[in-house]
Design a protein around this ligand. Structure first.
Ligand code: ATP
Length: 239
């Protein structure tokens, strides 16, 4: 059963086709990575799935349900959560308060406190609960936002370059978080440039190129694909 399926998705900005005939499917319980050169349409695809862009044509299904016409907030309520590349945290509030905001419409009282404690433990920010979020390291800020995104217990988590700017150690730790989430039943779709991270987490990989699905397969298949190497892999500018 697929958790996410798009059928012939198309998005035009003015006369420019940014997504074309994008038919994509990922299974429930999968960790799937989306790679491709700059401008391939990866962020646009995320925004289409989230309902931040309306497709020019095509359909989007979440866990078997057609969500193409649903507003963004309704998609989130159904179980899609996102962490964008630039952390959307409140830097003038504490780590605890940030999590409180993420959860305020879902829980209250002791339930809220217990859930914040659980998430803090998960993203290893227990010791920093009272710190202003703006004082955290770059990696910790990314983890806080991952914590905020998963605190609402999504069924599908979208991660847009989650390891951008992280050290190798922070990247590895982020990969472990993704794998733990996955064993807890969260399906994950991540846009990522760091192939080491893709190797660590991905069950399957999709390559986008010029708004189209260019290749799909296991990481081994993708890395062995000469067509993919030509447009993307091994080019230092895009890696
Ligand atoms: N709102 C918009 N209006 C016009 N063109 C847009 C808009 N958003 C994106 N584009 C264009 O769509 C194409 C795909 O952009 P997108 O950001 O989705 O690519 P990407 O694969 O995420 O790239 P990157 O890896 O650099 O983040 C680019 O040519 C971009 O200029």
């Amino acid at each position: 059963m697929s958790i996410l399926e798009t059928i012939e998705l198309q998005k035009n900005f003015g006369g420019v086709q940014v997504a074309r005939d994008l038919s994509f499917e990922m299974e429930r319980g999968e960790v799937h990575c989306l790679i491709g050169p700059n401008g391939a349409g990866k962020s646009t695809f995320f925004r289409l799935v989230l309902g931040e862009h309306q497709p020019t044509a095509g359909r989007i299904f979440f866990d078997g349900e057609d969500i193409t016409e649903l507003a963004s907030f309704a998609r989130i309520r159904k179980g899609i959560s996102v962490k964008f590349q630039v952390p959307g945290i409140f830097k003038d509030l504490s780590v605890w308060q940030n999590l409180e905001i993420a959860l305020q419409h879902h829980l209250e009282g002791q339930g809220l406190t217990a859930e914040i404690a659980r998430v803090l433990e998960f993203v290893d920010l227990n010791a920093a609960a009272g710190e202003l979020a703006g004082n955290l390291s770059h990696g910790q800020q990314q983890w806080l936002e991952i914590g905020m995104a998963v605190s609402v217990k999504p069924r599908l988590l979208l991660l847009d370059e989650p390891t951008a700017g992280m050290s190798p150690d922070e990247t590895r730790k982020t990969g472990e978080m993704v794998k733990t989430l996955n064993t807890e039943g969260v399906s994950v779709l991540a846009v990522e440039h760091d192939m080491e991270f893709v190797r660590q987490i991905a069950d399957r990989v999709t390559v986008l190129h010029m708004g189209q699905l260019f290749a799909q397969g296991s990481i081994a298949e993708i890395e062995a694909d000469e067509r993919v190497a030509e447009i993307y892999l091994g080019k230092p500018d895009d890696a």
